[in-house]
Design a protein around this ligand. Structure first.
Ligand code: SF4
Length: 485
């Protein structure tokens, strides 16, 4: 469907667009302001007109406008949205602020539902996540001097068809991995990231900081275990050389792809006191793994998980994705059953975003056109199914394993208007995941595509984003090195 929306003023364009997309995720939505009436009305299947009232209190006007527009769209489609009018990616910030003000749960619940029309289930979820986050963060120093350390490893054994991260295939970079580690070491030795500083950040605010002690340490990707055991050892030695990790309440390495995990690499992680790892299946259905370009088997996942347990890891996370191509409720149930048998310590439930689904479809078409897919017919007509019922089944599985929800975020255009939620057994949560979502603390991040977030005393958040492309990142570091010498 081709939808035109006409606003009589240039206010709240983004909010209105997000709301219409939430009701019509698969349709084209174009927004116009008053001067563009002819364009707006040309060849549309549905035309919507929105009157923006005079603004005295911006937030109050925005909330009431969204509620009114939501009711109109809900009447038209006959549907309600689980997250109501909320379109932000960090919904737990709302109950978190109210908890900090000391409001009782009943008041928080009423305010959320009256203001944003959120369903009972999602209101429960966001309040319980906010309560858990608050409890978990109460034991962590969040002063202006505290920070978390992140290192990014952008390589993966193969590229999943739905990938929207900056991942590069190992094969292409194998011979330059050491060069990549040299670049990360230079960044670490400088104690500040090499990304472009935003206008608002003065150079003096990003001071070299190797004297400060991080409270959490996280190596993410990509797939960090794409590195060889010796390279992984070098990376962790580098982190320890330039930062004192003794004050870290946790040290995570997102091992990720089961086909990259070996006993030697697990031994290296143990040697460096890594407390938490992930072994991510995404699905336990072989036909889906084959479709999405993850070149490993369900057996590989089980083997890697057992290997990690035998190596002594008592905090293992597993990630799953709901809405993968061709998967229906019973396929997800099969994944959940097999994961419950493995009994991980935490489970992160992702919903495939529409953007990823369309990337997948586009990638497939391109690969087919380039003659890279021998049997394209198996991809034709595949549906991407996710629903409230499927996600609830996944949550029930996490609860059966004794876990509680402890962090939550949404992405734009999520299929079914759903969310991503991290569950963990008590004591097995990953505080870094909360800190990155709640933006309460600086995250200093190194490596290609790494994003440093600074939080100033007045709450202003700035980002310094390193180049995503590995080649550009290496060039940027080389230039900085030359200037340094
Ligand atoms: S494992 Fe993750 S980062 Fe790597 S290709 Fe797949 S989706 Fe992308």
């Amino acid at each position: 469907m081709n939808i035109g929306v006409q606003l009589d003023r240039e206010e709240f364009l983004y909010d209105i667009h997000s709301l219409v997309k939430s009701f019509f995720p698969d349709d084209d939505v174009s927004i116009y302001t008053d001067g563009d009436t002819a364009k707006c009305e040309a060849a549309r299947d549905l035309l919507l007109y929105v009157h923006i009232p005079e603004i005295d209190d911006r937030k109050r006007v925005k909330d009431s406008l969204k509620r009114e527009f939501y009711e109109t769209l809900s009447d038209y489609t006959g549907r309600t949205l689980p997250w109501g009018t909320l379109s932000g990616i960090r919904p737990t910030k709302i109950p978190m602020k109210m908890l900090e003000e000391g409001l009782p749960e009943s008041v928080i619940r009423k305010r959320i539902q009256d203001t944003y029309l959120v369903s009972d289930q999602k209101t429960d979820l966001m309040i319980s996540v906010a309560e858990n986050e608050r409890r978990l963060l109460s034991g962590v120093s969040l002063g202006s001097d505290s920070f978390s350390l992140y290192i990014h490893v952008p390589f993966c054994p193969s590229i999943c068809l739905y990938c929207t991260f900056s991942a590069s295939p190992v094969k292409q970079w194998e011979k330059r991995m050491d060069e990549y580690l040299d670049a990360v070491e230079f960044e670490l030795s400088c104690g500040r990231p090499m990304g472009q500083l935003p206008e608002s950040v003065k150079k003096t605010e990003i001071v070299p900081d190797t004297n400060r002690k991080p409270v959490t340490f996280y190596v993410g990707g990509g797939t960090p275990t794409s590195l060889s055991a010796a390279q992984l050892d070098r990376l962790l030695c580098m982190a320890e050389k330039y930062y004192d990790l003794s004050g870290c309440v946790e040290r995570t390495v997102e091992a990720g792809r089961p086909d990259s995990i070996t006993p030697e690499k697990l031994e290296v992680l143990k040697k460096h006191n890594i407390t938490r790892i992930s072994v991510n299946p995404q699905t336990m259905n072989q036909k889906t793994l084959d479709l999405i370009g993850r070149h490993h088997t369900v057996e590989d996942t089980k083997k890697a998980f057992k290997m990690a347990r035998e190596a002594g890891f008592d905090n293992i996370n597993m990630d799953i994705i709901l809405g993968l191509p061709g998967e229906e409720a019973e396929d997800v149930q099969n994944t959940l059953r097999q994961i419950e048998e493995l009994n991980p310590d935490s489970l992160t439930v992702h919903s495939l975003a529409v953007k990823r689904a369309s990337r997948l479809t586009k990638n497939l078409r391109e690969e087919h056109a380039a003659g890279k897919i021998a049997d394209y017919s198996r991809y034709e007509g595949l549906a991407f199914v996710n629903s409230g019922e499927i996600i609830e089944n996944a949550y029930e599985s996490a609860l059966r394993m004794g876990m509680e929800p402890y962090y939550l975020y949404r992405q734009k255009n999520m299929k079914g208007g759903l969310e991503n939620t991290g569950f963990a057994r008590p004591g097995k949560e990953c505080l870094y995941n909360i800190l990155i979502m709640e933006e309460m603390q600086e995250i200093r991040a190194f490596g290609a595509g790494a994003s440093t977030k600074t939080v100033s005393e007045d709450g202003r958040i700035d980002r310094i984003i390193n180049p995503k492309d590995v080649k550009t990142y290496l060039e940027r570091v080389a230039t900085a090195k030359e200037a340094h010498l």
